[in-house]
Design a protein around this ligand. Structure first.
Ligand SMILES: [Cu+2]
Length: 234
């Protein structure tokens, strides 16, 4: 009975991690790095919890064992050395991931502008084509999302493709995304921005490169008139 309950609870917990906004179902290199770090932190956190719980138990059941280890040594190792090693590892991993999420010293990529305002997202492609609350991407290719805001600070986040970055008025931030394959992903505003914050969502559609080019058109100003209707164009 207990085993059935544990399996059911585990299944329920894991199913809550699925869906279009799940950072635990990554579909791009940046999101995959973030997902891996999350799993490593979960495993390490669980291990640390078990060790601490065991030591606590030992303090009650076999206090003499702990006393033999020595108070000063316990504080030195448990309070300084071990946390220092763990935190150094985490900081290194986070810095390496940050480089991957942001655009630091890497090659050129397609640039798409994203302008946030209360409470929508407008995306502008190189040829001038625009969409509201729908971001088209070419699959398998790096894309730089050039973020800014017209009013307050918003947060751009597509959990299955990458990290999150603020869209700040009067300032430009750039985040690099890549979708491994065609598909539809969810995006949200990740920074509280007013009464309409919660529903300030957008969709991301990753297409085969040909289909992407057909939808957003060539990279010049002739595109706007030939945009097919019903593809998310405004
Ligand atoms: Cu918001």
């Amino acid at each position: 009975m207990f085993r059935f309950g544990a399996i059911a609870a585990g299944g329920l917990a894991l199913s809550a991690c699925a869906g279009p906004l799940s950072a635990l179902q990554p579909e791009g290199p940046a999101a995959r790095g973030i997902g891996t770090l999350w799993w490593v932190m979960l495993a390490a956190g669980t291990a640390i919890f078990l060790v601490v719980a065991s030591v606590l138990m030992l303090a009650f059941v076999r206090p003499a064992w702990l006393r033999r280890f020595g108070e000063a040594r316990l504080i030195l190792w448990g309070g300084l050395v071990v946390p220092l090693v763990i935190l150094s590892g985490l900081v290194t991993a986070a810095l390496a991931l940050g480089e991957r999420v942001l655009v630091v010293g890497r090659g050129e990529a397609l640039r798409i502008e994203a302008v946030a305002r209360q409470w929508t997202w407008r995306f502008r492609y190189p040829g001038g084509y625009e969409t509201d609350d729908l971001l088209h991407l070419p699959a398998g290719r790096d894309v730089d999302i050039v973020l800014t805001s017209e009013d307050v600070i918003h947060g751009f986040w597509v959990p299955r493709l990458g990290g999150k970055l603020d869209a700040i008025p009067g300032h430009v931030n750039v985040i690099r995304l890549r979708a491994d394959r065609p598909g539809t992903y969810g995006g949200v505003c990740a920074e509280y921005c007013g009464i309409g914050h919660a529903p300030m969502r957008f969709s991301v559609e990753a297409h085969e490169p040909d289909a992407f080019a057909r939808i957003v058109g060539p990279s010049d100003d002739t595109r706007q008139d030939t945009a097919p209707d019903g593809e998310g164009g405004q």
